[in-house]
Design a binder for this molecule. Structure first.
Ligand code: NAP
Length: 294
Protein backbone atom coordinates (compact mmCIF):
# COMPACT_ATOMS: atom_id res chain seq x y z
CA UNK A 1 0.00 0.00 0.00
CA UNK A 2 1.54 3.31 -1.04
CA UNK A 3 1.53 5.84 1.81
CA UNK A 4 3.39 8.88 3.10
CA UNK A 5 6.31 6.71 4.23
CA UNK A 6 6.75 4.95 0.89
CA UNK A 7 10.15 5.53 -0.70
CA UNK A 8 10.91 5.27 -4.40
CA UNK A 9 13.43 3.64 -6.74
CA UNK A 10 13.42 4.60 -10.42
CA UNK A 11 14.48 3.35 -13.80
CA UNK A 12 15.47 6.22 -16.09
CA UNK A 13 16.06 6.09 -19.85
CA UNK A 14 14.53 6.68 -23.23
CA UNK A 15 12.74 4.75 -24.61
CA UNK A 16 11.55 2.59 -21.70
CA UNK A 17 8.80 0.56 -23.35
CA UNK A 18 10.71 -2.74 -23.17
CA UNK A 19 11.90 -2.66 -19.54
CA UNK A 20 11.08 -5.61 -17.28
CA UNK A 21 12.72 -3.94 -14.27
CA UNK A 22 9.50 -2.55 -12.67
CA UNK A 23 7.83 -5.97 -12.53
CA UNK A 24 10.92 -7.63 -11.02
CA UNK A 25 11.73 -4.89 -8.49
CA UNK A 26 8.16 -4.32 -7.33
CA UNK A 27 7.56 -8.06 -6.86
CA UNK A 28 10.80 -8.33 -4.85
CA UNK A 29 10.03 -5.31 -2.63
CA UNK A 30 6.54 -6.64 -1.89
CA UNK A 31 7.89 -10.09 -1.02
CA UNK A 32 10.61 -8.55 1.17
CA UNK A 33 7.97 -6.51 3.02
CA UNK A 34 9.65 -3.21 2.12
CA UNK A 35 7.78 0.07 1.77
CA UNK A 36 9.41 0.78 -1.59
CA UNK A 37 7.97 1.31 -5.05
CA UNK A 38 9.86 1.14 -8.36
CA UNK A 39 8.81 3.53 -11.12
CA UNK A 40 9.87 4.15 -14.73
CA UNK A 41 10.53 7.70 -15.97
CA UNK A 42 11.49 8.74 -19.47
CA UNK A 43 14.58 10.95 -19.20
CA UNK A 44 16.85 12.30 -21.95
CA UNK A 45 20.62 12.76 -21.44
CA UNK A 46 20.35 16.55 -21.18
CA UNK A 47 17.98 16.29 -18.20
CA UNK A 48 19.91 13.63 -16.28
CA UNK A 49 21.82 15.98 -13.95
CA UNK A 50 18.66 17.80 -12.85
CA UNK A 51 16.80 14.52 -12.31
CA UNK A 52 19.67 12.98 -10.28
CA UNK A 53 19.81 16.12 -8.13
CA UNK A 54 16.04 16.19 -7.63
CA UNK A 55 15.26 12.55 -6.85
CA UNK A 56 17.05 12.37 -3.46
CA UNK A 57 15.14 15.49 -2.38
CA UNK A 58 11.97 13.47 -2.93
CA UNK A 59 13.35 10.71 -0.71
CA UNK A 60 14.32 8.34 -3.54
CA UNK A 61 16.66 5.51 -2.57
CA UNK A 62 18.31 5.21 -5.98
CA UNK A 63 17.75 4.49 -9.65
CA UNK A 64 18.67 2.23 -12.50
CA UNK A 65 19.82 3.70 -15.80
CA UNK A 66 19.29 2.33 -19.26
CA UNK A 67 20.05 3.56 -22.79
CA UNK A 68 21.12 6.29 -23.51
CA UNK A 69 22.10 7.37 -19.97
CA UNK A 70 24.63 4.76 -18.81
CA UNK A 71 27.71 6.63 -20.12
CA UNK A 72 26.42 10.15 -19.46
CA UNK A 73 25.94 9.26 -15.78
CA UNK A 74 29.65 8.53 -15.19
CA UNK A 75 30.63 12.18 -14.84
CA UNK A 76 27.68 12.85 -12.50
CA UNK A 77 28.69 10.33 -9.82
CA UNK A 78 30.39 11.30 -6.55
CA UNK A 79 32.01 7.87 -6.39
CA UNK A 80 32.18 4.83 -8.67
CA UNK A 81 32.24 1.25 -7.42
CA UNK A 82 34.14 -1.28 -9.58
CA UNK A 83 33.68 -2.13 -12.39
CA UNK A 84 31.66 0.96 -13.39
CA UNK A 85 34.77 3.04 -14.16
CA UNK A 86 36.48 0.19 -16.04
CA UNK A 87 33.33 -0.40 -18.12
CA UNK A 88 32.67 3.29 -18.65
CA UNK A 89 29.00 2.80 -17.76
CA UNK A 90 26.73 3.10 -14.72
CA UNK A 91 23.46 1.15 -14.55
CA UNK A 92 22.68 1.54 -10.84
CA UNK A 93 22.89 4.66 -8.65
CA UNK A 94 22.46 4.75 -4.87
CA UNK A 95 21.74 8.09 -3.22
CA UNK A 96 23.70 8.54 0.03
CA UNK A 97 22.83 11.96 1.47
CA UNK A 98 24.14 14.40 -1.11
CA UNK A 99 26.36 11.74 -2.73
CA UNK A 100 25.59 9.61 -5.75
CA UNK A 101 27.35 6.25 -5.86
CA UNK A 102 27.53 4.56 -9.29
CA UNK A 103 27.55 0.79 -9.82
CA UNK A 104 27.47 -1.51 -12.83
CA UNK A 105 25.77 -4.84 -12.17
CA UNK A 106 25.76 -6.18 -15.78
CA UNK A 107 29.16 -7.94 -15.73
CA UNK A 108 28.60 -9.65 -12.39
CA UNK A 109 25.03 -10.44 -13.43
CA UNK A 110 26.25 -12.33 -16.49
CA UNK A 111 28.85 -14.25 -14.44
CA UNK A 112 26.24 -15.28 -11.87
CA UNK A 113 23.96 -16.44 -14.67
CA UNK A 114 26.81 -18.49 -16.19
CA UNK A 115 27.69 -20.01 -12.82
CA UNK A 116 24.08 -20.85 -12.03
CA UNK A 117 23.02 -22.24 -15.41
CA UNK A 118 26.23 -23.55 -17.02
CA UNK A 119 28.45 -24.00 -13.97
CA UNK A 120 31.65 -24.74 -15.91
CA UNK A 121 35.04 -23.08 -15.38
CA UNK A 122 35.75 -20.19 -17.76
CA UNK A 123 39.47 -20.14 -17.10
CA UNK A 124 41.62 -20.91 -20.15
CA UNK A 125 38.73 -21.04 -22.63
CA UNK A 126 38.75 -19.23 -26.00
CA UNK A 127 35.96 -16.66 -26.46
CA UNK A 128 34.22 -15.42 -29.59
CA UNK A 129 32.40 -12.18 -28.76
CA UNK A 130 29.86 -10.92 -31.30
CA UNK A 131 29.16 -7.21 -30.76
CA UNK A 132 31.03 -4.30 -29.23
CA UNK A 133 28.34 -2.20 -27.52
CA UNK A 134 27.79 -1.66 -23.80
CA UNK A 135 26.62 -5.21 -23.08
CA UNK A 136 29.56 -6.73 -25.01
CA UNK A 137 31.94 -4.55 -23.02
CA UNK A 138 30.44 -5.73 -19.71
CA UNK A 139 30.67 -9.40 -20.66
CA UNK A 140 34.21 -8.98 -22.05
CA UNK A 141 35.29 -7.49 -18.71
CA UNK A 142 33.53 -10.34 -16.86
CA UNK A 143 35.28 -12.96 -19.00
CA UNK A 144 38.68 -11.29 -18.55
CA UNK A 145 38.14 -11.30 -14.77
CA UNK A 146 37.78 -15.10 -14.98
CA UNK A 147 41.06 -15.41 -16.94
CA UNK A 148 39.75 -16.81 -20.22
CA UNK A 149 42.51 -17.71 -22.73
CA UNK A 150 41.72 -14.99 -25.31
CA UNK A 151 38.82 -12.93 -26.64
CA UNK A 152 38.14 -12.51 -30.34
CA UNK A 153 35.75 -9.62 -31.07
CA UNK A 154 33.61 -9.51 -34.22
CA UNK A 155 31.47 -6.42 -34.81
CA UNK A 156 29.79 -4.74 -37.78
CA UNK A 157 31.57 -1.45 -36.93
CA UNK A 158 35.22 -2.52 -36.72
CA UNK A 159 36.33 0.79 -35.19
CA UNK A 160 34.00 0.13 -32.24
CA UNK A 161 35.44 -3.38 -31.96
CA UNK A 162 38.95 -1.86 -31.80
CA UNK A 163 37.83 0.47 -29.00
CA UNK A 164 36.51 -2.50 -27.02
CA UNK A 165 39.81 -4.34 -27.53
CA UNK A 166 41.74 -1.24 -26.38
CA UNK A 167 39.58 -1.02 -23.23
CA UNK A 168 40.78 -4.52 -22.25
CA UNK A 169 44.47 -3.72 -22.76
CA UNK A 170 45.04 -3.45 -19.01
CA UNK A 171 43.76 -6.97 -18.36
CA UNK A 172 46.06 -9.96 -18.79
CA UNK A 173 43.78 -11.56 -21.37
CA UNK A 174 44.80 -11.22 -25.06
CA UNK A 175 42.00 -9.61 -27.01
CA UNK A 176 41.82 -8.84 -30.74
CA UNK A 177 39.45 -7.94 -33.52
CA UNK A 178 38.98 -11.12 -35.52
CA UNK A 179 36.77 -13.24 -37.73
CA UNK A 180 34.26 -15.97 -36.89
CA UNK A 181 36.30 -19.10 -36.20
CA UNK A 182 35.28 -21.92 -33.89
CA UNK A 183 37.48 -23.89 -31.50
CA UNK A 184 36.76 -26.67 -29.00
CA UNK A 185 35.42 -25.42 -25.61
CA UNK A 186 34.84 -21.98 -27.05
CA UNK A 187 32.41 -19.63 -25.31
CA UNK A 188 30.46 -17.86 -28.07
CA UNK A 189 28.68 -14.74 -26.79
CA UNK A 190 26.04 -13.06 -28.95
CA UNK A 191 26.04 -9.48 -27.56
CA UNK A 192 24.52 -7.61 -30.50
CA UNK A 193 20.90 -6.50 -30.53
CA UNK A 194 20.22 -8.70 -33.57
CA UNK A 195 17.32 -11.08 -32.93
CA UNK A 196 15.53 -8.97 -30.34
CA UNK A 197 12.72 -7.82 -32.63
CA UNK A 198 9.75 -10.18 -32.21
CA UNK A 199 8.90 -11.85 -35.50
CA UNK A 200 12.15 -10.71 -37.14
CA UNK A 201 14.04 -13.96 -36.34
CA UNK A 202 17.39 -12.58 -37.54
CA UNK A 203 20.79 -13.93 -36.53
CA UNK A 204 24.28 -12.48 -36.74
CA UNK A 205 25.96 -15.89 -36.93
CA UNK A 206 25.60 -18.88 -39.23
CA UNK A 207 26.51 -21.97 -37.20
CA UNK A 208 28.53 -24.61 -39.12
CA UNK A 209 26.87 -28.03 -39.45
CA UNK A 210 29.63 -29.53 -37.30
CA UNK A 211 30.45 -27.48 -34.19
CA UNK A 212 33.64 -28.41 -32.25
CA UNK A 213 33.02 -30.18 -28.92
CA UNK A 214 32.53 -28.25 -25.69
CA UNK A 215 31.25 -25.03 -27.27
CA UNK A 216 28.71 -23.01 -25.23
CA UNK A 217 26.46 -20.51 -27.07
CA UNK A 218 25.34 -17.50 -25.00
CA UNK A 219 22.85 -14.90 -26.17
CA UNK A 220 22.35 -11.71 -24.15
CA UNK A 221 19.03 -11.09 -25.87
CA UNK A 222 16.16 -12.21 -23.59
CA UNK A 223 13.23 -11.05 -25.70
CA UNK A 224 12.47 -13.46 -27.34
CA UNK A 225 13.77 -16.03 -24.87
CA UNK A 226 14.75 -18.42 -27.64
CA UNK A 227 16.50 -16.50 -30.42
CA UNK A 228 17.42 -18.00 -33.76
CA UNK A 229 21.07 -17.91 -32.63
CA UNK A 230 20.22 -20.15 -29.66
CA UNK A 231 17.77 -22.33 -31.55
CA UNK A 232 20.26 -23.18 -34.31
CA UNK A 233 23.01 -23.83 -31.75
CA UNK A 234 20.64 -26.12 -29.85
CA UNK A 235 19.79 -28.00 -33.05
CA UNK A 236 23.51 -28.79 -33.47
CA UNK A 237 23.76 -30.14 -29.94
CA UNK A 238 25.51 -27.04 -28.58
CA UNK A 239 24.85 -26.12 -24.95
CA UNK A 240 23.09 -22.75 -24.68
CA UNK A 241 22.61 -19.90 -22.22
CA UNK A 242 19.92 -17.27 -22.81
CA UNK A 243 19.85 -13.65 -21.65
CA UNK A 244 17.14 -13.96 -19.01
CA UNK A 245 19.53 -15.14 -16.29
CA UNK A 246 21.73 -12.08 -16.76
CA UNK A 247 18.67 -9.85 -16.58
CA UNK A 248 17.51 -11.49 -13.35
CA UNK A 249 20.93 -11.41 -11.70
CA UNK A 250 21.74 -7.81 -12.63
CA UNK A 251 18.37 -6.84 -11.12
CA UNK A 252 19.05 -8.90 -7.98
CA UNK A 253 22.42 -7.18 -7.56
CA UNK A 254 20.78 -3.76 -7.98
CA UNK A 255 18.18 -4.69 -5.34
CA UNK A 256 21.06 -5.58 -3.00
CA UNK A 257 22.59 -2.15 -3.69
CA UNK A 258 19.32 -0.38 -2.89
CA UNK A 259 18.17 -2.43 0.13
CA UNK A 260 21.19 -4.31 1.50
CA UNK A 261 19.14 -7.52 1.20
CA UNK A 262 19.16 -10.37 -1.33
CA UNK A 263 15.85 -10.92 -3.15
CA UNK A 264 14.38 -14.31 -4.05
CA UNK A 265 15.88 -15.15 -7.46
CA UNK A 266 13.13 -17.66 -8.29
CA UNK A 267 10.53 -14.93 -7.79
CA UNK A 268 12.40 -12.48 -10.06
CA UNK A 269 12.74 -15.13 -12.76
CA UNK A 270 9.10 -16.15 -12.51
CA UNK A 271 7.69 -12.63 -12.83
CA UNK A 272 10.07 -11.84 -15.71
CA UNK A 273 9.05 -15.07 -17.49
CA UNK A 274 5.38 -14.25 -16.97
CA UNK A 275 5.86 -10.75 -18.39
CA UNK A 276 7.74 -12.15 -21.39
CA UNK A 277 5.15 -14.82 -22.11
CA UNK A 278 2.33 -12.30 -21.93
CA UNK A 279 3.91 -10.10 -24.60
CA UNK A 280 4.00 -13.05 -27.03
CA UNK A 281 7.67 -12.39 -27.70
CA UNK A 282 8.48 -15.88 -28.96
CA UNK A 283 9.94 -15.89 -32.45
CA UNK A 284 8.17 -17.80 -35.23
CA UNK A 285 9.05 -21.46 -35.53
CA UNK A 286 10.44 -21.77 -32.01
CA UNK A 287 10.21 -25.16 -30.42
CA UNK A 288 9.02 -24.42 -26.87
CA UNK A 289 10.65 -27.63 -25.67
CA UNK A 290 14.08 -26.36 -26.67
CA UNK A 291 14.52 -23.86 -23.83
CA UNK A 292 17.80 -22.25 -22.83
CA UNK A 293 20.11 -24.41 -20.81
CA UNK A 294 19.57 -27.44 -23.08
P1 NAP B 1 24.39 -1.17 -27.94
O1 NAP B 1 25.41 -0.56 -27.04
O2 NAP B 1 23.47 -0.30 -28.71
O3 NAP B 1 25.18 -2.13 -28.98
C1 NAP B 1 24.47 -2.79 -30.00
C2 NAP B 1 25.39 -3.84 -30.64
O4 NAP B 1 24.60 -4.55 -31.62
C3 NAP B 1 26.57 -3.24 -31.41
O5 NAP B 1 27.64 -4.15 -31.39
C4 NAP B 1 25.99 -3.13 -32.82
O6 NAP B 1 26.95 -3.13 -33.85
C5 NAP B 1 25.22 -4.42 -32.90
N1 NAP B 1 24.19 -4.41 -33.93
C6 NAP B 1 23.01 -3.74 -33.89
N2 NAP B 1 22.30 -4.00 -35.01
C7 NAP B 1 23.06 -4.84 -35.78
C8 NAP B 1 22.88 -5.45 -37.05
N3 NAP B 1 21.77 -5.27 -37.76
N4 NAP B 1 23.85 -6.28 -37.53
C9 NAP B 1 24.98 -6.49 -36.79
N5 NAP B 1 25.22 -5.92 -35.58
C10 NAP B 1 24.27 -5.10 -35.08
O7 NAP B 1 23.44 -2.16 -27.11
P2 NAP B 1 23.81 -3.02 -25.82
O8 NAP B 1 23.39 -2.29 -24.62
O9 NAP B 1 25.22 -3.49 -25.96
O10 NAP B 1 22.79 -4.26 -25.97
C11 NAP B 1 23.02 -5.30 -26.90
C12 NAP B 1 22.02 -6.43 -26.66
O11 NAP B 1 22.24 -6.99 -25.38
C13 NAP B 1 20.55 -5.95 -26.68
O12 NAP B 1 19.79 -6.92 -27.37
C14 NAP B 1 20.16 -5.93 -25.23
O13 NAP B 1 18.78 -6.22 -25.04
C15 NAP B 1 21.02 -7.06 -24.67
N6 NAP B 1 21.28 -6.86 -23.24
C16 NAP B 1 20.85 -7.83 -22.40
C17 NAP B 1 21.08 -7.68 -21.05
C18 NAP B 1 20.59 -8.76 -20.14
O14 NAP B 1 20.49 -8.51 -18.93
N7 NAP B 1 20.31 -9.95 -20.65
C19 NAP B 1 21.75 -6.57 -20.53
C20 NAP B 1 22.19 -5.60 -21.44
C21 NAP B 1 21.93 -5.75 -22.80
P3 NAP B 1 27.60 -1.74 -34.38
O15 NAP B 1 28.59 -1.34 -33.34
O16 NAP B 1 28.22 -2.13 -35.67
O17 NAP B 1 26.44 -0.77 -34.50
Amino acid sequence: MIGPGTRTVWVLGSPLGHTLSPVMHNAAYRAMGLDLVYLPARVESGDLRAVLEGLPRLGAVGCNLTLPLKQAALALMTRLEPPAAELGAVNTVRFEGRSRVGFNTDAQGWLRSWDEEVGQSLEGRPVLLLGAGGAARAVAWALASRRVARIQVVNRDSERARRLVASLARTEVPCRVGAVEFEPDMVVVQATSVGMVPGDDATCLEWPEEVPPGVVACDLVYRPRQTRFLREACQRGVRTLGGLGMLVHQAALAIEVFTGQSPCLALLRRVAEEALSSDRCTAPGVDPGCADGC
